[in-house]
Design a binder for this molecule. Structure first.
Ligand code: SAH
Ligand code: DHB
Ligand code: MG
Length: 217
């Protein structure tokens, strides 16, 4: 049946429904549970369980071997990404805060994934150029400082293989995507450059998740 409310953006999800579907489809084992919890003083801003599982399945579907993440926090999304990789695959994850990176490395090691993940400390704009030589990449997941999404998106599109994926969390910018602000402009530039170079969609997760598949020219 046509549903004009849901087409207009109404959501039927409730906390109970979200709990249920996360439990059924995206349950946490001890390693994920540990990386979903954060110690005092660290913000709890990981992707949700369903978005983490979605990243994992998308990467598995394309047979991803080499992936870059910008914004590690304590390794929750990195564990999902690394689990999608085959033997010999690798994730390079960039994190500005040394404390976050240290916790992430411990969580990733506990998940048994230390050999598959490099957590590189520094600002994305400084670290990404040092990763050029490992490319081309199968996927780039952007989830760090929003004001630099245009920069990260440009780097991703330059270093992804045809058919590779560019993914961007917080694509609704906490509801501020249309604002006349530096990060509003940067996030819109990110959307538009992905749409130009890729077959793309903004998946309507709670804060939007851009997915672009790089077009082969
Ligand atoms: N992807 C993670 C959550 C990342 S939260 C997950 O889903 O589990 C955003 C992270 O980006 C924070 O840890 C923050 O310290 C980091 N960050 C902020 N500015 C950054 C920058 N310029 N370069 C790299 N990381 C940055
Ligand atoms: C923030 C960052 C994120 O990547 C996110 O998903 C939620 C919140 C933040 O910086 O507050
Ligand atoms: Mg995010």
């Amino acid at each position: 049946m046509a549903d004009s409310s849901s087409r207009a953006g109404e959501r039927y999800v409730s906390p109970a429904i979200l709990d249920y579907v996360n439990r059924v489809h995206a349950g946490h084992d001890p390693a994920l549970a540990q990386a979903f919890a954060v110690p005092d003083g660290i913000p709890a801003i990981q992707v949700g369980p369903s978005e983490g599982k979605l990243l994992e399945l998308l990467l598995r579907m394309i047979g991803a071997r080499k992936v870059v993440e910008v914004g590690t926090l304590v390794g929750y999304s990195a564990i999902h990404i690394a689990r999608a990789l085959p033997e010999g695959g690798h994730l390079w994850s960039v994190e500005y805060e040394a404390k976050h990176a240290e916790l992430a490395r411990a969580n990733i090691a506990k998940a048994g994934l230390a050999s598959r993940v490099t957590v590189q400390v520094g600002a994305g704009r400084d670290v990404l150029p040092t990763l050029d030589r490992h490319g081309p990449f199968d996927a780039v997941f952007i989830d760090a400082d929003k004001v630099n999404y245009d920069h990260y998106g440009r780097w991703a599109l330059e270093h992804l293989r045809p058919g590779g994926l560019v993914l961007g969390d917080n694509a609704y910018l906490f509801g501020e995507l249309m604002d006349d602000s530096d990060r509003g402009r940067a996030m819109r530039a990110f959307h538009e450059m992905v749409a130009r170079a890729c077959d793309s969609v903004c998946i309507p997760t709670p804060d939007g998740l851009v997915l672009g598949v790089v077009r082969a020219h």
